[in-house]
Write a protein that binds this ligand. Structure first.
Ligand code: MG
Length: 160
């Protein structure tokens, strides 16, 4: 049995915060505002995996009203959610992602991001791909006001 999952997230970009993508810090004058560390890609991936297994969503499992998740490491949340999915017998076939922002450029960091996500999910980097897309200067992701991420995954359950 196979199932697909889709995740999407957006965060406002503000000075004085780290710009994080899949656990990788990218040098930039601004970063994601958020209750957690704001890692937009980690959040989209978490929702894709949870959605594929119909196990809820990130807002439900790690609500931003809960002080426990203040400044939370989003990769730790991702690992936690993936453990939940995996414990149901699922394994990852592949994960494909898009990070949308004109700046900073994602491509120079692609391999680091693939490796970071692969490490968190305990899979091969070959099972993960990440693309950066610009928004042609259009607000909000093209003007540096926000960053958006999309993730789609395929998971597989083997009853043998
Ligand atoms: Mg988020």
């Amino acid at each position: 049995m196979t199932r697909v999952g889709l995740g999407r997230d957006v965060h406002r970009l503000v000075p004085g915060r780290k710009f994080l993508a899949g656990g990788v810090e990218i040098p930039f004058g601004k970063g994601e505002l958020g209750h957690s560390d704001g890692d937009v890609l980690a959040h989209a991936v978490t929702d894709a995996l949870l959605g594929a297994a119909a196990l809820g969503d990130i807002g439900e499992l790690y609500p931003d009203s809960d002080p426990a998740w203040k400044d939370a490491d989003s990769l730790a949340l991702l690992r936690n959610a993936w453990e939940l999915v995996r414990s149901g017998g699922w394994r990852l076939v592949n994960l494909d992602c898009v990070v949308m922002c004109d700046k900073p450029k994602i491509l120079p960091h692609r391999e680091n991001i693939r490796h970071s996500l692969a490490q968190a999910l305990e899979v091969s980097p070959e099972q993960i791909f990440v693309k950066g897309k610009t928004n042609e200067g259009l607000a909000p992701t093209g003007t540096g006001e926000a960053v958006e991420a999309l993730a789609i995954c395929l998971i597989e359950w083997d009853n043998e």
